[in-house]
Design a protein around this ligand. Structure first.
Ligand SMILES: Cc1ncc(COP(=O)(O)O)c(C=O)c1O
Length: 443
């Protein structure tokens, strides 16, 4: 699409996701192309993608490996259902994902998005407990400020009030939430993981198990590092403590790795970075570097085997999407996985972590900055809200950053900064330089 054709677009018909449509219509921002770490806007400007476009584009935009695979696949096998039919792509991707996953997590179910991956994981958990004769385990434990997508199951375990409030009446009733891990009074401006706060995990045993009894609790689901809820870094030892409590009580631990998967923390998955292995984990986004929608759930061998051994000769899991394992999504995933391996991209977050951390914390001391936080290539700067207008300051900062050629994302009054893994030091300098200038101007 060219800048010229934008002028003729009808801006009414498309109901945009998570967007103030009325504000968008007044000042539309259009992207018409992207390459590497840059977008091209409709008016021909280059904008540096400081968020890997919602934590997706880890290999950079239009990576030649991925483009080539998609092109080949599109002309060879456009679509074949995976309901009872096999085609090579998803088998190959599942094998590659299982090989990257921690030992014992060997089986992959494909979805089209992170939201579907979360709801799929919750359904597998419930069916697994039922097959094992523990059908009373029906309660899910999520966390305040968690984001697990927008479908009913994922929204139910999420903890973001704005997302939930219109739908509260229809959410699952069998859900409890742990407290989130942010405490600006004692843990602001921390570099990496805070040394205190692991004890927050004890709420699982002290309050939640004490109230509901472990025999009724199916699973705990957390993002290892929460992203869309404001970029919250887990305190040191917190995830380990959750794992220990789950183990003591036969509760499954699900990691939602939709943004942490595929190199964001310098390892294939966050579980490997933290040294904590879940029973199931979800992924999406980085699996194709955002090029084609694809998500999935990886499960421990014991879980998969329970389904295979318990059922008769028919379908073992009555669940799936028409496009589960779509050939083009699989092709994009194979291209992305090749790019990650050939260019050692998962190591980029390790190599850049020091410069990135310094950049994030260089924003400390600027007007209204109440926290800076980071882990590997995940970071955020949090601003004091304007009285009576929560989110307004970060929203204004986002707009000004965009106008000055840098894309970062406002989440409440935080700005999230999580660039593609292919970013270089000079790009980081540009991101933090522009954000710093803008923060002075939104004082
Ligand atoms: C942790 C997490 N889970 C689930 C989702 C939902 O993914 P999708 O938007 O692909 O449905 C997201 C999206 O940002 C996410 O960050």
């Amino acid at each position: 699409m060219t800048a010229q054709s934008d002028l003729t677009l009808d801006l009414d018909a498309y109901w945009m996701p998570f967007t103030s449509k009325r504000a968008f219509k007044k000042a539309p921002r259009f992207v018409t192309g992207a390459k590497g770490v840059h977008f091209t806007t409709a008016d021909g400007k280059q904008v540096l993608d400081g968020l890997a476009t919602l934590w997706c584009v880890n290999a950079g935009h239009c990576h030649p490996r991925i483009v080539e695979r998609i092109r080949e696949q599109a002309g060879e096998l456009d679509f074949a259902s995976s309901f009872g039919l096999g085609h090579p792509g998803p088998f190959a991707v599942a094998g590659r994902v299982a090989a990257l996953a921690p030992p014992g997590l060997d089986h992959v179910f494909f979805t089209n998005s992170g939201s579907e991956a979360v709801d799929t994981a919750l359904k597998i958990v419930i069916a697994y407990h039922k097959l094992r004769g523990e059908g009373t385990r029906r309660i899910f434990v999520g966390r305040e400020r968690a984001y697990h997508g927008v479908n009913i199951g994922g929204l139910s375990v999420s903890g973001m009030q704005l997302n939930r409030r219109s739908f509260e009446a229809t959410l699952l009733g069998n859900v409890d939430h742990l407290a989130h891990t942010q405490d600006l009074a004692t843990r602001a401006f921390v570099r990496g993981q805070a040394p205190t706060g692991a004890e927050l995990a004890d709420e699982l045993e002290r309050r939640i198990i004490a109230v509901h009894d472990a025999s009724n609790i199916a699973a705990v689901i957390v993002e290892p590092v929460s992203g869309a809820g404001g970029v919250l870094i887990p305190p040191a030892g917190y995830l380990q403590r959750l794992r220990e409590i789950c183990d003591r009580h036969g509760i499954l631990l699900v990691f939602d790795e939709v943004i942490t998967g595929f190199g964001r923390l310098g390892r294939p998955f966050a579980s490997q970075f933290f040294g904590v292995t879940p029973d199931l984990f979800t992924f999406a986004k980085g699996i194709t570097s955002g090029a084609v929608p694809l998500g999935g759930v990886v499960v421990r061998k014991e879980i998969y085997d329970t389904f295979m051994n318990a059922s008769g000769p028919g379908v073992e899991l009555f669940h799936g999407y028409t496009y589960s394992g779509h050939p083009r999504a699989a092709a994009a995933a194979l291209g992305a996985l090749d790019a990650y391996a050939e260019e050692a991209l998962f190591d980029r977050a390790n190599l850049l972590a020091g410069d990135f951390e310094d950049g994030v914390h260089s924003l400390r001391g600027l007007p209204n900055v109440i926290d800076t936080r980071n882990l590997q290539l995940i970071g955020a700067v949090e601003l004091a809200p304007r009285p009576g207008a929560p989110g307004a300051r970060a929203l204004e900062a986002f707009g000004k950053c965009w106008d000055r050629g840098v894309y970062v994302r406002p989440i409440g009054d935080a700005l999230a900064i999580c660039p593609p893994l292919v970013v270089e030091k000079r790009h980081l300098d540009q991101i933090f330089g522009v954000v710093a200038d803008v923060l002075k101007s939104v004082a």
